[in-house]
Design a protein around this ligand. Structure first.
Ligand code: E4P
Length: 218
């Protein structure tokens, strides 16, 4: 499964990239606005920090012609850029156009299998299925993920199901169990994935024993 970091903060991307396990980055208009930096400048820095990654950058127009202009502009910035497009009628049409031009897309704000089907049929590279926002309103966001994973496999679509709106490590575990292709995870939750109390206790015991014996490697 691919792991992306979901952030507009270049420093967080730098730190996650250092671990050597990062496959890409997703941004959205809220995250870019929160970064306090320019859109193009931020996205290009992220592309440099994750050279072989897939970097999602989102259009903000909502009518087809304007969305197409933005998409072509954004995708011209760097070869790693994946154009992020909301699941609205002109968005699905845009994904079809971009697919025909060989431009990768990430269809965002997907909450149901029926929406995922439209994105898959349009040729979406990634389908961002939001889970946390569904959990927030008292439903299980992961249900649509498992069904969408089955849907793309059953019908031979090439789209990859990307679990988005991740709120805690259990969402990552559930994404794995659902067979999702990708999870995009906020930096602080990626850090939490490293943690296990038995790892800390085990390491402490190893080092205490080693030091008590006066051993050295170098
Ligand atoms: C996905 O690409 C979005 O950027 C993100 O996962 C949204 O998460 P949120 O619901 O925490 O805002």
């Amino acid at each position: 499964m691919k792991l992306f970091v979901d952030t507009g903060d270049v420093e967080e991307v730098r730190r996650a990239a250092e671990w050597g396990i990062l496959d890409g980055v997703t941004t959205n208009p809220t995250l870019i606005a929160k970064s306090g930096k320019g859109f193009k400048e931020t996205v290009l820095k992220i592309c440099e920090l994750v050279p072989d990654g897939e970097i999602s950058a989102e259009v903000v127009a909502t009518d087809y012609d304007a969305m197409l202009k933005e998409a072509l502009e954004i995708s011209s910035w760097h070869k790693s850029i994946v154009v992020k497009v909301p699941l609205i009628e002109p968005g699905v049409r845009l994904v079809r156009t971009l697919t025909e031009k060989g431009i990768k897309t990430n269809v965002t704000l997907v909450f149901s299998v029926s929406q995922a089907l439209l994105a898959a049929k349009a040729g979406a590279t990634f389908i961002s299925n939001f889970v946390g926002r569904v959990d927030d309103i008292g439903n299980d966001g992961m249900d649509a993920v498992a069904d969408s994973v089955a849907m793309v496999a059953n019908y031979g679509f090439h789209s990859q199901i990307l679990v988005a709106s991740v709120r805690h490590p259990l969402h990552v575990v559930q994404a794995v169990n659902a067979g999702a292709h990708i999870a995009t995870v906020p930096f602080k939750i990626l850090q939490m994935l490293f943690k296990h109390p038995l790892t800390d206790a085990g390491l402490k015991r190893f080092l205490d024993d080693w030091n008590a014996a006066g051993l050295k490697i170098l």
